[in-house]
Design a binder for this molecule. Sequence first.
Ligand SMILES: Cc1ncc(COP(=O)(O)O)c(C=O)c1O
Length: 385
Amino acid sequence: MKHVYLDHAATTPLDKRVLGAMKPYFSKKFGNAGSLHLFGQEAREAVEKARESIAKAINAKPEEIVFTSGGTESDNIALQGVMRANKGKGKGLVTSVFEHPAVLRTAEKLEKEGFEASYLPVTKQGFVELQEIKKFLKKETILASVMHANNEIGTIQPIEEIGKLCREKGILFHSDAVQTVGKERIDVEKMNIDLLSASAHKFYGPKGIGFLYAKQGTKIYPLMHGGGHENGLRSGTENVPGIVGMEKALEIAVKEMDEENEKLKKLRNKLIDGCLEIKNSWLNGVREPRLAANAALGFDFVEGESMILMLSDKGIAASTGSACSTKSLEPSHVLRAIGLPHVKCHGSLRFTLGRATTEKDIDYVLETLPGIVKRLREISPLGGK
Ligand SMILES: Cc1ncc(COP(=O)(O)O)c(C=O)c1O
């Protein structure tokens, strides 16, 4: 059976070139980067070289990069670490209603500690609005956290302008850029970002490794205590193969970004246009500005999960939204945030294309999907026959 993987927003396959770069660090070059001897020095050199190269990719300084276990941890350190360290200023955290759970659940945890979180609404098109943000930013606000691109609908937020507003008011600004690092150009200086989260497995690197950018001088407390690694911000022996893999993955992603995005956009638009030929269907979020690989669609009178399973039977991997919420019966908070009624949220289907996606793959989906939607509508209690 043909296999077509269109769930790259959940995770990407490890690039062979990345695996090649990592391999020596599992065996011959196994040293602990904290050890003083030659084995340790070899590992330390690799870690610091990676830090430099990753920093350069986002126009940061090496000492502003903290290695973490991925996006969730980076978001947690950014929010909890910054809010707790800056308590003296006030209690306020501003974020948006359609952030990833790594931000939303952390904001809720902080509320339980006595901090005050407020949640920016988003438009039907899938954007936070500058006018709204202006209203939300108060003197007591410590931190604002707005994601760069939404993981379900792919809309890209006006980060530079949001950062500017925060800077003018002396408010720290964090962006969860897990879906954009390696896919969109990031310049933390130009974009007025104080803190940024990234995760390697979203850009063809290994799972379980990511980084947090924290602008020099940002007051931040660690979550993890121990040997004082990563400038005291993230104790724990460094994951050297992971760090080396993330460096290589980002280097490749940045180099190939323009060409890849051009290819992806063409394929994505073909997929969107083809899907929209199925009647009673729509695109969630506007087409631009949107991640080149994201096609988030909706179909009336069908259940997203049923579509996923039937597509999977035909070898096609897609998702209803984020991988984290597939087990929950609750409609996606992102789709609710853009104003879709409950019943429409259930018919969502997200395709996210990737480096290896071909036109043949898209043709195969477009041959397969209409029959699945038709079949499901025939047996649907919701109507649409
Ligand atoms: C926007 C966003 N933030 C955070 C995360 C969590 O990243 P990780 O899987 O590396 O913990 C994800 C993963 O799907 C994401 O899409």
